[in-house]
Ligand binder design. Structure first.
Ligand SMILES: [Zn+2]
Length: 318
């Protein structure tokens, strides 16, 4: 019994001294505001050797002075520069005007119209548009007056050498719904090949399907351009039962196993934002994929998953 007590005492004494030794050995790292850890772990700064006890791979992670901003998924920059999100103070090293631009992922549609997401009680030298900003309903997009981003919005029919429609029906606007499609064709990544692709789709719709024009309201290429189909003013042939109350926007390509590139996705968001700004789409519009309205895999699994993350995607039956 007496013997056991002595063993216990020795055991704790050993543990204690090991602990103290360890802290002392890491003190150089701690003094540098760093943290000793295995250098296979992520370090939002840089590793320095020779400051930590233990094996050679146990090294000192010294945070960069901007690490608080980086941790917020932001970027430290001069706050006179444009920031597609909002500036936050106190997260960056350097001067007071070097601040952390934290992107607002859900604000892309507003940013695409050269607008700014803010509380709509604040002054706006332009007009507020709903449905383009993340967050609460009164966080809205202040679109500056005279914003030029919605002019030259798309490549016109004459620019891609469209055939004339054989007949047209005027669409009542603003519409309440937008359907996203893919063309399920090869993609196109420059204007010349996208124009050729759009012409071939029109030929197919008119000659094989017997329609009076290309079916989609607009088409979007991975060249980042929007191509005018039936446009803002005419009823399309894209989504059975909904053509009279919706626009159909087709992304050129096949998006079952990959996403359209960023240029194409941004172009679609910008098109919708401008549709709202131009009074063609209700600001409270519902976004859908073609498959939400019928038996089709369109717009492909990957693109369908993507649009479900967009602010106006609706889980309600269209
Ligand atoms: Zn479709």
């Amino acid at each position: 019994m007496r013997c056991t007590l002595i063993v216990c005492f020795l055991f704790f004494a050993l543990i204690g001294s090991t602990c103290v030794q360890s802290v002392e050995a890491d003190s150089a790292c701690i003094a540098a505001s760093g943290n000793c850890q295995e250098d296979s772990l992520q370090c939002s700064g840089s590793y320095q050797s020779g400051l930590c006890s233990g094996s050679a791979t146990r090294r000192c992670c010294i945070p960069s002075a901007d690490s608080a901003c980086i941790a917020a998924s932001g970027n430290c920059q001069e706050d006179s520069l444009q920031c597609s999100g909002s500036y936050q103070s106190g997260l960056c090293s350097g001067s007071a005007t070097r601040r952390c631009c934290v992107p607002a992922a859900g604000d892309a549609a507003c940013t695409a119209t050269s607008g700014n997401c803010q509380e709509d009680s604040l002054q706006c030298s332009g007009s507020y548009v709903s449905g383009l900003c993340s967050g609460s309903a009164n966080r809205r997009c202040c679109v500056p007056s005279g914003s030029a981003s919605c002019s030259n919005l798309y490549i016109t029919r004459s620019e891609w050498n469209a055939r004339d429609a054989t007949s047209q029906t005027t669409l009542q606007t603003p519409v309440s719904k937008v359907f996203i499609h893919h063309t399920d064709t090869p993609t196109c990544t420059d204007m010349a090949s996208c124009k050729t692709r759009v012409r071939s789709i029109q030929n197919y719709h008119m000659d094989s399907n017997g329609w009076n024009d290309i079916g989609y309201s607009f088409l979007v290429g991975e060249d980042g351009n929007v191509y005018e189909g039936r446009g803002w003013s005419n009823v399309g042939a894209h989504t059975q039962n909904f053509n009279n109350i919706a626009y159909g926007v087709a992304m050129i390509g096949s998006y079952g196993s990959r996403l359209p590139n960023a240029n194409a996705l941004t172009a679609v968001k910008n098109l919708i934002a401008c549709g709202i700004q131009l009074g063609k789409i209700q600001s409270s519009y519902q976004l859908y994929g073609h498959r939400d309205a019928g038996q089709t895999s369109c717009p492909g699994n990957q693109l369908y998953a993507e649009i479900q993350t967009w602010p106006n995607y609706s889980n309600a039956t269209p």
